[in-house]
Design a protein around this ligand. Structure first.
Ligand code: GGG
Length: 353
């Protein structure tokens, strides 16, 4: 029996509703595959902020570092400015634990309808690899004449050669490992961002030379957005900056049916620190408390966590259970056109497992 210690941060909104199903599925997988999970719960997020004036305590990373991995639900609240939720919890964990590769798969599964005409199951199978520690999310800047009529804001993106190289190399290694089209698309806006993204392009060219068997293309982000809709079947691994990767992975999620299926892994590939797994979706205040949130993105994320922890068989089983429920077209939440509850979908996944 292998013991795995998982830090669990349900966070806010439907984060609180999608994490318990994922823990149930993980426990069931543990029973089947000889894994004992210890789940350490952290009540960080908006409620914590209302009580303490911070999204998490000052020694949060110290507390999390003791665990094998982190499972996160969602963070955000209508009464807390978005920059506080992001900069007070998500970004310090991603940066502090050097989780530089945010891996976001998007697959059109059997039983799921794409909003794009003529796309069948398996037609779309891509992964967006988002740079996760710098770029447009670096939080370098400030205000001048703040709160005065003539106020000025300056925000600087930070692109380091090390940061570009390592995430681009991760994308190529993923393309090599995947049973896919062996293709990496790099996304920039280097015609307008003439320094940072020119550096990115140079890094892309040089890293690509190490992987001669992988086909490459470079796209401006506007063209990439168009082509995610026009020819999504041509993409395999897509690598982009923090902001572009974030935006494009919402697009890849919706062309494959729903953001309720979009999983993500914030990876420290060096394994110095715990990696963090979270659904791409946010807190969905419009459906909080109704018991209808789709737990599948979180369960897919849990499957990615198992794989990262070396439990490939268990990860495949959890992933496969979700895929089977989708293919059955019976239990499905509203985002997929159904009327099932979170609990009913969870029962179905457990049944398949
Ligand atoms: N599932 C985590 C969550 O709440 N994500 C919403 C969000 O605002 N994410 C921003 C980001 O990933 O940069």
């Amino acid at each position: 029996m292998r013991n795995l210690s998982i830090a669990v941060i349900p966070g806010d909104g439907i984060g609180q509703e999608v994490i318990p199903p994922a823990l149930e599925v993980l426990r069931a997988a543990g029973t089947k595959f000889g894994l004992h999970f210890e789940f350490a719960h952290f009540d960080w997020g908006a409620e914590y902020y209302f009580q303490h004036g911070a999204m998490m305590p000052p020694n949060a990373l110290e507390q999390l570092a003791a665990h094998d991995a982190i499972l996160l639900g969602a963070v955000g609240h209508v009464d807390v400015p978005d920059n506080i939720t992001l900069n007070g919890l998500l970004l310090p964990i991603r940066r502090g634990f050097d989780q530089y590769a945010n891996v976001r798969p998007a697959v059109l599964f059997d039983g799921v309808d794409s909003p794009l005409a003529g796309r069948a199951a398996g037609d779309i199978d891509m992964v967006v690899v988002r740079e996760n520690t710098e770029g447009e999310y670096a939080q370098i800047g400030g205000f001048l004449y703040h709160h005065q009529p003539e106020e000025v804001a300056v925000q600087t993106s930070v692109f380091t050669r090390r940061g570009c190289d390592r995430v681009i190399r991760h994308a190529f290694e993923l393309a090599r490992k995947r049973n896919g089209k062996k293709r990496v698309a790099s996304i920039t806006k280097s015609n307008a961002q003439g320094f940072s993204m020119v550096l990115w392009d140079k890094a892309f060219q040089q890293v690509a030379a190490e992987f001669p068997e992988i086909e490459t293309e470079s796209l401006l982000v506007d063209a990439a957005a168009m082509n995610f809709v026009r020819r999504p079947h041509t993409f395999d691994v897509v690598v982009g900056s923090n902001l572009f990767g974030d935006i494009l992975s919402d697009l890849s999620a919706i062309v494959t049916g729903s953001i309720g299926l979009a999983a993500s892994a914030n990876l420290d590939p060096t394994r110095r620190f715990p990696s963090m797994f979270e659904p791409v979706h946010g807190t969905a205040p419009d459906i909080v408390g109704k018991g209808i949130a789709n737990p599948m993105a979180t369960v897919f994320s849990a499957a990615m966590m198992l794989e990262h922890l070396g439990e490939e068989e268990a990860g495949r089983a959890v992933h496969g259970a979700v895929v089977k429920v989708l293919a059955g077209r019976r239990e499905r939440t509203a985002d997929l056109g159904g009327s099932s509850t979170t609990a009913a979908v969870t029962e179905a996944m457990l049944g398949e497992l």
